[in-house]
Design a protein around this ligand. Structure first.
Ligand code: GDP
Ligand code: MG
Length: 297
């Protein structure tokens, strides 16, 4: 027995329900990337929060995808289902009273694990009336075995503390696994790439599919300035043109926004260089995925 609590929490749910938003609020820090476009979160990311005697280690899963055709989706599914069996508590997130095939798919995965599940019904701030909630919870009880059903708003921070308290009640009594000041297991390189990718998705919205990747080719701290070079890899020549924009205006904007976020996250001045390269068909090529760091051996 230890007098400290420490354990893992997985936040699962189909894309766009608000998992990353909740994670950011739980951690009190902008760590992962949110966007209106689904599939923004491709990697599993650990976010760590230590407060007094409690250490919560959050796993943001990359969504569980129903489209199995593309290699990238297979990889994403694998990493999502392997994390959930291995945590102390699972948060299953839903968007209001919506129930889709994708939600059903996630629910099915949960029925095979013995970890306690909290169902979080998110975005209640967007519901005009809450009359539907109770009948919907009754419906959900038939779909998933859960400890509790919590209506919340991750964005407006409604009932976020309740989630946190509930999480704590499932954490095992054990020494902390990470140092008190560590907030993520990811490198600054990784976070830099995610920030560039977020700005691209924000700028392009529906114009660009998610088959885009960002590689950080240089991350060099020199006195008070961090020099970062980001290579953006797209699938087609046309996407490259869109991304760069007229006279490079779009790429410039992406770079400026990403740099501002990097400066506040890394707390240093940043010199960011960005460029775009076409690598065709990579999303269907597992070898390319591996070389880009999407496959864990
Ligand atoms: P993820 O794909 O599950 O990680 O979802 P994100 O956290 O990226 O959120 C998807 C979109 O939903 C973003 O535009 C968020 O701002 C929005 N969102 C998340 N939580 C809430 C909420 O409680 N209320 C409202 N109105 N929007 C939310
Ligand atoms: Mg996300």
């Amino acid at each position: 027995m230890s007098d400290t609590l420490c354990g893992y929490v997985a936040i699962v749910g189909r894309p766009n329900v608000g998992k990353s938003t909740l994670l950011n609020h739980l951690l009190g820090q902008k760590l992962c990337i949110t966007s209106r476009k689904p599939q923004t979160t491709r990697h599993t990311l650990l976010g760590i929060k230590t407060q007094d005697d409690v250490q919560i280690i959050c796993v943001d899963t990359p969504g569980i995808h129903t489209n199995q055709d593309k290699a990238i989706n297979r990889v994403m599914n694998r990493s999502a289902s392997s994390v959930i069996a291995d945590v102390d508590v699972i948060i299953f997130m839903l968007d209001r009273c919506e129930w889709s095939e994708a939600d059903e798919y996630v629910a099915k995965q949960l029925n095979n694990v013995s970890v306690p599940v909290l169902v979080v019904i998110n975005k209640v701030d967007m519901m005009n009336q809450t009359d539907d909630l109770l009948p919907h919870i009754e419906f959900l009880k038939g779909k998933v075995t859960a400890e509790q059903f919590l209506p919340v708003s991750a964005l407006r921070r409604i009932c976020i503390n309740e989630i946190e308290e509930k999480i704590k009640s499932y954490l095992p009594s054990q020494p902390h696994l990470f140092p008190r000041d560590q907030i993520t297991d990811r490198s600054e390189r990784f976070l830099a790439a995610e920030l560039v990718r977020e700005k691209i998705t924000r700028q392009l919205g529906a114009e660009l599919p998610y088959q885009i990747t960002v590689e950080i080719e240089e991350f060099r701290v020199e006195k008070t300035i961090t020099h970062i070079s980001a290579l953006i890899v797209v699938e087609r020549e046309g996407q490259k043109k869109i991304l760069i924009g007229s006279k490079g205006a779009r790429l410039k904007k992406i770079g400026e926004q990403a740099r501002a976020d990097m400066e506040s996250l890394f707390d240093t001045k940043v010199m960011l260089r960005t460029w775009v390269k076409v690598r065709s068909g990579w999303s269907d090529d597992e070898r390319a995925l591996r070389s880009l760091g999407y496959m864990d051996e």
